[in-house]
Design a protein around this ligand. Structure first.
Ligand code: SF4
Length: 503
């Protein structure tokens, strides 16, 4: 922990911890602007990842936000920076080139990955629109979370929420990460209303959901504005959505009072939601309770209010989906060792012998698929790239890795590396006391939808069987949650087997 608020400055071989007292209390965009002015560098020539007030005040779901709209949002990583009194990491673009073992092979692999991204039907929408297609697609399947899981239907015209309308309805320009060719991440301008003319980052699907549908807000200008305010405060938009939606529902039903919260908050009230965000970010009044996250806040309030909160028993909350219509994501989120989806969505899974399609409401099929893909995302993440640009076959990624390093990775070795990582993460969680006894959704998270396309399906009726099948598929022990001794041996993790199981 630094003695006073500091920032880390990196410029080629210069690595310095510098005083950041002048940045105290600034939001993430203000911090970036101040550091750009201080160093006289901006755009892709300098990257700044920082925390806002929520990180400084150790809000449990504080995020790290960078370069106007890019966010590392899970597990309170912003609170970790706040605890260490690290306000920002500021990196000037390096001048020294990286070398590849086989530059030609690497370029060929990159070209083929780009080709897959642009042309494969399962990835080209992401290439063209980022995650904007999520709103309309998920609504059709009952997976768009509306008003804190109280309904899956709306009278809003969903054609207005098609990706092209969301993007071209605003003046906008691309704001991708350095050197990325995907049509993802834009900056846009608020067209009208009280914040007319303000620059905001185009909400991801998760932003349209967490800062919008989950809290009953469907005015696109207002959602865009609130979403950016959430980024600027450095708050995870998913957790904020579940928290704000929970407060709104509880106030509507009388489970929370104006006296407790400090003011009246109704569905879709953007200024009220912003006020709540400020209270959370500064831990003011009831905001101090909310800053502990929706699980702890709802448990503290108790009674009927506790039954309305969406979270996993491990303490995290899901992404901005209604997982009652998406069982693979709920199972993945609840069994996860990383606080969010660990296996992630199936991508080109036929290359590892898994079916292209399953019945999404057959718990056994869901569990076999979710367990079967475990390891792929870990391998991707270990490469240090963006998972959106890695939506290709693992075999292609392994080829790229081999060309970059000369290590000769195959598909099987890549998956094995990923499963090793998953097993180590699980061992770490077990040491921290997080085991199978908390692999359940909260009452509301695991409830049966009241309406919409998934209303005839109740995930909890199959939950225990899903866990049985998932454990069998990944080779972990159902009772203790530990990866089995033979699984660890197969993965070459004898040291972990000794650690978890003794001699
Ligand atoms: S696809 Fe990934 S690398 Fe490209 S702009 Fe989006 S987040 Fe950045």
């Amino acid at each position: 922990q630094a003695k006073k608020l500091s920032y880390l400055y990196i410029n080629d071989d210069t690595v310095e911890i510098r005083d950041a007292s002048h940045l105290k209390g600034k939001d993430t965009w203000e911090t970036q602007q101040a550091l750009e002015a201080e160093h006289g560098v901006s755009g892709h020539r300098m990257s700044v990842y920082s925390i806002g007030p929520a990180g400084e005040n150790l809000v449990r779901f504080a995020a790290i936000q960078g370069d106007y709209g890019h966010v590392a949002s899970k597990n309170g990583c912003g609170a970790v920076m706040g605890k260490k009194r690290l306000k920002a990491v500021c990196i000037v673009r390096g001048t020294k080139a990286l070398t590849a073992h086989d530059a030609r092979g690497l370029i060929q692999a990159a070209d083929e990955i780009a080709h897959d991204l642009k042309t494969d039907p399962s990835t080209s929408t992401l290439y063209n629109w980022g995650t904007l297609f999520g709103v309309t697609n998920l609504y059709k399947l009952g997976m768009l979370p509306i008003k804190n899981y109280t309904t899956n239907l709306t009278t809003v015209n969903m054609e207005d929420w098609a990706p092209a309308k969301l993007r071209h309805g605003f003046d906008h320009r691309g704001h991708q990460c350095n050197a990325c060719g995907m049509h993802h991440c834009h900056i846009q301008v608020i067209r009208h209303g009280p914040h007319q003319g303000e620059l905001v980052d185009e909400p991801e699907y998760e932003g349209w959901s967490g800062a919008g549908w989950t809290i009953g807000l469907t005015d696109m200008e207002a959602v865009s504005w609130l979403n950016t305010r959430i980024d600027r405060a450095c708050v995870d938009v998913n957790e904020f959505g579940w928290l704000c939606g929970w407060v709104m529902e509880c106030m509507e039903k009388g489970y929370l009072t104006e006296k407790q919260v400090g003011f009246r908050l109704n569905w879709g009230d953007v200024e009220g939601a912003y006020r709540l965000l400020q209270m959370v970010s500064t831990r003011e009044g009831f905001g101090d309770v909310l800053a502990e996250g929706v699980k702890r806040a709802s448990e503290k309030v108790g009674g009927e209010a506790a039954k309305c909160a969406v979270y996993t028993q491990k303490g995290a909350s899901p992404r901005g989906h209604d997982h009652r219509g998406r069982w693979d994501e709920m199972l993945d989120t609840c069994t996860s060792s990383n606080g969010t989806m660990e296996s992630a969505n199936p991508t080109f899974q036929t290359e590892i012998g898994l079916p292209a399609r399953i019945n999404p409401f057959d718990g056994e099929q869901v569990a076999r698929l979710t367990g079967g893909i475990l390891g792929r995302r870990h391998f991707e993440d270990s490469l240090g790239g963006c998972s959106f640009t890695f939506r290709t076959r693992v075999e292609m990624l392994a080829r790229a890795l081999s060309a970059a390093t000369g290590w000769h990775y195959s598909l099987d070795e890549a998956m094995r590396l990923g499963r090793r990582t998953a097993a180590i993460l699980r061992g770490f969680n077990l040491r921290c006391g997080i085991g199978p006894e908390v692999e359940y959704p909260s009452e509301r998270y695991g409830s049966q939808p009241l309406d919409g396309p998934a209303k005839d399906h109740h995930v909890l009726k199959q939950w225990d069987h899903m866990l049985d099948v998932w454990y069998e598929t990944v080779g972990y022990d159902r009772k203790t949650g530990k990866p089995k001794r033979e699984t660890l041996k197969e993965l070459g993790l004898d040291w972990l087997a000794r650690d978890l199981w003794g001699k």
